[in-house]
Design a protein around this ligand. Structure first.
Ligand SMILES: [Mn+2]
Length: 309
């Protein structure tokens, strides 16, 4: 198994209400770090400062952006420091915006980084076309530089990623806005909706891992890729016929087994949705079962210089 460094990012500043800032604590209470440690070397780097949602007024198109950028700056600096020992990064969110900080922190060492965007959505909204201003709907737009804000300039380059560096996996077509649909159709980006992978999710995930080649990979795992009818972990419900929890975690296992994963980010898990106390233990059990299959990072993709070249 890979050796892991675990960092919690207890923030819900980039979403529409509080809740997810409790998730790193809850995942640790359910034994995530202890179970991982029972299987291999784990460093628990603790949590960044608690950053709960706060209302910012009506009609804002870049909601609490300064604060979201600030926490992601801190995350990027911390990640760059932590991965210098060669561990695989496990970030416990927190809302989806933390994938920006994780990418920005990984790029100096892994400039060839690609992202498997394993999410019920594609998050390609921008401040120019958003209705809510909620930044967790704009994450990949910021990764790709479609939104030019302080948040998209937190890393060593702009844009952080090119379209061909992302593979959207598992989003539901019904969640796409017309603008998102148009962008996906007109750019060289791989996008595999859940409707394309549902007949054999594991085989599709194996193909996705193969597409990554020998490049280093961050898996962005938004739990709203799991249909809320099976496991309502996601902060925002998705009821369109998505993956089950077991199918989603099987896909995650295929990703970490099949390509050169240097980091995994767990996002959008709202612990308040676990009404009977069964859901989080089940999630942690399945998650650990997948992560234990990760390859050691020293077998990962091409390594860059530490000063960002
Ligand atoms: Mn999502």
């Amino acid at each position: 198994m890979a050796s892991w460094v675990v960092l919690g990012v207890p923030t819900s500043a980039g979403t529409h209400h509080a809740g997810m800032e409790q998730t790193p604590r809850r995942l640790r209470e359910e034994g995530l770090v202890d179970w991982l440690r029972a299987m291999g070397p784990v460093t628990d780097a603790g949590d960044l400062p608690l950053t709960p949602y706060r209302p910012r007024g009506i009609g804002c198109s870049y909601r609490d952006g300064d604060r979201v950028a600030r926490i992601n700056h801190r995350l990027a600096a911390r990640v760059a420091d932590l991965i210098s020992t060669g561990d695989c990064l496990l970030v416990l969110g927190g809302d989806c915006t933390i994938t920006l900080g994780a990418v920005a922190g990984l790029l100096p060492r892994w400039p060839d980084l690609r992202v498997v965007y394993f999410d019920g959505d594609v998050d390609l909204s921008t401040p120019a076309d958003t209705e809510s201003g909620i930044l967790d709907t704009m994450v990949s737009a910021h990764l790709l530089g479609l939104a030019d804000t302080p948040l998209s300039r937190i890393g060593p380059r702009f844009p952080l990623l090119a379209a061909e560096d992302i593979l959207y996996f598992g989003y539901h077509p019904q969640e796409l806005s017309p603008a998102e649909e148009g962008w996906l159709r007109s750019h060289p980006v791989r996008h595999w909706p859940v409707t394309r992978i549902l007949n054999d999710p594991a085989a599709a995930a194996r193909r996705a891992a193969a597409v990554m080649g020998d490049r280093s990979v961050l898996v962005h795992f938004d739990v709203d890729v799991i249909d809320s009818g099976d496991a309502p972990l996601g902060n925002y419900p998705h009821f369109h016929g998505g993956l089950s929890l077991d199918q989603a975690v099987t896909c995650l296992r295929e990703f970490v087994q099949g390509c050169a994963v240097v980091g995994v980010v767990i996002t959008e898990l709202n612990p308040h949705h676990d009404d009977d106390g069964q859901l989080l233990p089940r999630f942690v059990d399945r998650l650990v079962g997948a992560l234990r299959e990760a390859r050691p990072v020293n077998g990962a993709g091409r390594q860059g210089s530490f000063d960002g070249a």
